[in-house]
Write a protein that binds this ligand. Structure first.
Ligand SMILES: Nc1ncnc2c1ncn2[C@@H]1O[C@H](COP(=O)(O)OP(=O)(O)OP(=O)(O)O)[C@@H](O)[C@H]1O
Ligand SMILES: [Mg+2]
Length: 303
């Protein structure tokens, strides 16, 4: 079944087109990444999915339920972690989560609330008022709030912004577990290495349009090759290898450093052999694989 069906969604703010006809279909059980630079329209799209803003045109359905016409049915199936931190400062963490359960008409939810708090390392803050929490802890509560009704579809808008390394790992472990148990996960993040590690499929948004949509392995294959960085203790790069240079930094008193474009490992051996022949002595070398960040930059620069 399709978890989220987005059809030709358009949204303008006072004449400014934040979404210019976005269509995406996210299948049940997917771990999907929604990436794009600041202002690309990610939060606008997520707010449309959550039924918080009405699109000017197009539609969104969650498990078949239209987010405008069948708001309640759609909302029940969706947990959203918003980008902005908004809370009632006078409630404790547990009260906040109980209230949210009540909003979804769920009573006696304490066992699940305890489990969520435990998994997000919030148990010892359960009776602390929201206003007394640090920013990172508030974000954990936002995540917990999105999960109180065990929604089959979870959408996280930059859940790890301002969150320390330890919690990021805790959070990813928990989200990965929920995904393994069948929950659909949609994630936006500016930490591309997190997206690369977690997401099976990615859409990239730019100026309100989808400019790339592919599986992670297919995206990673798109970028042209890798880079071999060689630092020579002595000697120079032979002339016939010059055309491979993507940039070189010359002698800074420690020899010459060159960055060469290579397609794969099989290109490396002949380069090393040629360097040896020419009498150059290698001090250090590294093969750097292209990653999601390289592809993101290529796509955003329209290359
Ligand atoms: N309430 C609003 N009123 C006017 N313009 C808005 C409003 N909300 C968003 N925009 C504009 O719409 C565009 C898309 O914003 P959006 O918040 O969706 O971007 P984003 O991809 O989530 O960016 P970020 O990575 O910074 O969170 C931006 O140009 C933004 O200024
Ligand atoms: Mg945003």
């Amino acid at each position: 079944m399709t978890a989220i069906q987005i059809d030709s969604v358009e949204k303008s703010y006072k004449g400014f087109k934040a979404l210019k006809g976005v269509s995406l279909s996210i299948e049940e059980g997917e771990f999907f990444g929604l990436l794009g630079p600041n202002g690309a329209g990610k939060t606008t799209l997520i707010s449309t999915i959550a039924g918080l803003i009405r699109p000017d045109a197009g539609s969104v359905r969650i498990h078949g339920h239209d987010v405008v016409r069948e708001f309640r049915d759609a909302r029940m199936r969706l947990g959203v972690v918003p980008q902005e931190l908004v809370f009632d400062p006078f409630f404790t963490v547990r009260e906040t989560l109980r209230l949210q359960s009540g909003y979804f008409g769920i009573r006696n939810n304490d066992a699940w609330i305890d489990e969520v708090m435990h998994n997000l390392d919030l148990t010892n803050k359960a009776d602390v008022n929201m206003r007394a929490l640090s920013g990172g802890m508030k974000r954990r509560v936002l995540v917990a709030q999105a999960l109180v009704h065990k929604p089959p579809v979870i959408v996280l808008d930059e859940p790890t912004a301002g969150v320390d390394v330890e919690l990021r790992q805790t959070l990813w472990k928990f989200i990965a577990r929920l995904n393994r148990e069948g929950h659909t996960v949609v994630l936006t993040t500016h930490y591309l290495e997190e997206a690369q590690a977690m997401c099976q499929r990615v859409a990239m948004l730019k100026l309100g349009q989808v400019v790339a949509l592919d599986t992670m392995p297919a995206l990673l294959r798109r970028v042209s090759g890798s880079q071999l960085v060689v630092h020579l203790k002595s000697g120079e790069l032979p002339g016939e290898l010059r055309h491979l240079v993507s940039h070189d930094e010359h002698d800074n008193g420690h020899g010459n450093k060159y960055t060469l474009r290579v397609n794969d490992y099989s290109d490396v051996e002949p380069i090393l052999a040629r360097l040896r022949q020419s009498g150059a002595v290698i001090d250090e070398m590294q093969l750097e694989q292209a990653d999601l960040e390289d592809i993101f930059i290529q796509i955003m620069e329209g290359k």
